[in-house]
Design a protein around this ligand. Sequence first.
Ligand code: SAH
Ligand code: SF4
Length: 429
Amino acid sequence: MNEHDSERIGGLLAADGMAPSTSIEAADVIVLNTCTIRENADNKLYGYLGSLRAIKMERPDLKILVGGCTAQKDGDLLMEKAGWVDVVFGTHNVNRVVELMDHADEWGPVTEILEETSSFDDFPSYLPARRQTPHSAWVTIAIGCDNSCTFCIVPAVRGKEISRRFGDIIGEVKALASEGVSEVTLLGQNVNSYGRDLDINGRSPVFADLLRQVGSIDGIRRIRYTSPHPKDFKEDVAEAMAETQAVCEQLHLPLQSGSDRILAAMHRGYNAERFLSRLEMARRTIPNLSVSTDIIVGFPGETEEDFQATLDVVAQARFDQAFTFQYSPRPGTVAATLDGQIEKAVVQERFERLVALQNMISHESNQAMVGRSEEVLVEGPSKKDPGVVTARTRGNRPVHARGEYEPGTYLTMEITEAASHYLLGTVVS
Ligand code: SAH
Ligand code: SF4
């Protein structure tokens, strides 16, 4: 969502006549679009702002803008901590970035944070975008979140959930397809609750309808989405995935913890057994499904026994990939006020055990791909070697192979080798 917003900020600045700079030193305007999901994201912002201070001293005309979730959360505090910032804007007024910059030019530093968005029309999806990749695009289907996971700052900084109109989503994807985009990733904090607040001829559209409709648009070859919430992930969506050719065989199903006690304290609305049965249903319904997850280690009150339960579920679930996080207390959330905050060293030690187990499983899962022939979508030259191309399978696994191909090209590769986090292959056609 943050990258999606950054593309719109870039689009607005480009529409105002600006061009991307090649270096910080040469830039006239610097925009930091922030994340506040964990404390280290906040720390990065303030560390980076510190390093910009000297540049601003030397060049007072330089404009520094800070937007996004940390700006939404900290508001005026941000200016107090970093008085050399020119503009602070929140998550609900991205569309105002150019006006706010002009305002700062004339009148001095300005902070503008709105408490909420009243409708989807205020959301940056309608703004021009400057995309990193011409063949692949984010498409927002809902903003905000109505859940109340006790560890999570998102509802506080992104506001209540609002679904985007069905026809507007389809319209955007059609427009993208006509510009040459062949892969879309549908975005929402809980995509399974999409449409509950909408009405089409007396009925609320559901996410499964959306998958089928987007899947019928000419030119769209790959559809991904994030995130489904395990409490709401049902057969209808799995069936729509299986029946819609363009929807990739990939599911990101965030577990968070394997302990029923901790899941209840997190307010997640499912237990380990329900999670595993939904996962089993998804795998049964969608052949060759790749599954990734998110896990938090060290939630307040987590005992060694709770953590063992997480390891047990990870071993049973056999995720192809997991994004693992150390719990970070977020001011204003329920979990930050709970007793039993866990010592850093204990969290670190558990975290390492979890990562070791998951790396082994990921490696085995990638190993099972060796010898297979896979359709891959080229992302670009590998960061390390321009003679090597990096591409992605439908299951979202990165593959590297010798050769030079344009980003956005579809190739068939034979998978020859596997590591925990990537595959190697050779181009067949
Ligand atoms: N809406 C998504 C999650 C978005 S946040 C969902 O419900 O699945 C992305 C991930 O960040 C979460 O899945 C969680 O694993 C992690 N996360 C969120 N808050 C966190 C916190 N306070 N500490 C550590 N990890 C956190
Ligand atoms: Fe946060 Fe839970 Fe909403 Fe995801 S579903 S954004 S974890 S509150």
